[in-house]
Design a protein around this ligand. Structure first.
Ligand code: PMV
Length: 329
């Protein structure tokens, strides 16, 4: 019986051009390509042990043994990797986030990137970054983007083996910092897996998807030229477009809370009135990711903390991709 143990770490990521909706929900093939930055220091660390004495898989997240949906999702992912490695040994999966859970930071991206990297190493599979990104995508779409380093593009395709993420620039390329304004620590009521499957019920989704290559091209060019003004406009436009889809899906999804709008308005004012390089983007939640350059972080942080309803501010610069920390054969 094949055994093995490995640990891996993966950062979460924030998308500047968002992924929302699939052309194939089972394979998690996205309707549009997306572009993101890994978040340095906001990571998941996962250890996978394939052990012959185990009768069943054990999934332990934040020191708690999981049952139900969370456990099933991890086992489904392990099965993909076991099939590939032609093995049947059961596994113990131990996973921890170093960022506060319930802070509204997407943990599925870092979680499935770390799980994929650790489980493939523990199963003695020698895979390319592209193959790891494809497997991670099957667990959570955005996890495909947490595999490569720094600034990352994830390609949409109707073909399973062509939808993967690739680095477009290393972390040190641009000193962008994500200052996450936490306005709600509540766990989101409608998760992204269900949200993606509702996207096509919005009459606006087709227009958003058709226009996505234009937005991605502008965003990528602005990023590579470090043109913050152009970057800011397209990042905000893209985030608001995604939320327009959410709000017009059937049934509709509203993630914003009153302080979300307050922060959005303040950020616009700081940029246009005060000339600060700053913009916002928002995922499937109420928290606002406020993007700025490293020199402006302390100013932005104190401005954010002064807003009523902002409970905390987490900060992350561009980070590395997923990596094996320890591989015990
Ligand atoms: O990977 P998922 O299924 O958690 O989807 C992520 C969706 C957004 O965070 C809202 C957008 C994105 O591109 O990360």
């Amino acid at each position: 019986m094949q055994t093995g143990k490995a640990s891996a770490r993966a950062n979460s990521n924030i998308a500047y051009i968002k992924y929302w909706g699939n052309c194939n929900n089972t394979l998690r093939l996205p309707s549009n390509s997306s572009l993101s930055m890994n978040l340095d220091g906001l990571h998941t660390q996962t250890t996978v042990t394939f052990e012959s004495s185990l009768n069943d898989d054990e999934v332990i997240i934040e020191n708690k043994t999981q049952s139900g949906v969370a456990r099933e999702r991890v086992i489904k992912h392990l099965n993909l990797i076991r099939d590939r490695a032609k093995m049947e040994t059961r596994a113990r999966v131990e996973s921890e986030n170093n960022f506060p859970t319930g802070a509204g930071i997407a943990s599925s991206a870092s979680a499935f990137a770390a799980l994929t990297t650790a489980a493939c190493a523990a199963a003695h599979l020698q895979l390319s970054e592209r193959e790891l990104s494809i497997i991670a995508r099957m667990g959570s779409g955005s996890a495909s983007r947490s595999v490569p380093t720094g600034f990352v593009e994830w390609y949409c395709s109707e073909r399973h083996d062509e939808s993967f993420a690739e680095s477009i620039a290393p972390p040190e390329y641009w000193n962008l910092v994500d200052c996450v304004a936490i306005v709600s620590a509540k766990h989101k009521e409608v998760g992204s897996t269900d949200g993606h499957s509702l996207a096509n019920t919005s009459p606006l989704q087709q227009a958003r998807v058709e226009d996505a290559p234009r937005r991605l091209k502008i965003c990528k060019e602005a990023l590579l030229k470090k043109d913050f003004a152009r970057f800011a406009d397209i990042v905000e436009e893209d985030a608001v477009m995604m939320h327009a889809i959410m709000m017009t899906s059937r049934p509709p999804l509203f993630y914003w809370l009153p302080p979300t709008l307050t922060v959005m308005g303040a950020v616009k004012e700081w940029r246009t009135r005060d000339g600060i390089p700053v913009c916002f983007t928002i995922d499937a939640g109420a928290n606002v990711h406020v993007i700025t350059l490293s020199d402006y972080v302390s100013d932005i942080e104190s401005r954010l903390r002064a807003i009523n309803g902002v409970q905390d501010v987490l900060k992350a610069k561009a980070g590395e991709g997923a990596r094996v920390m320890k591989n015990e054969q």
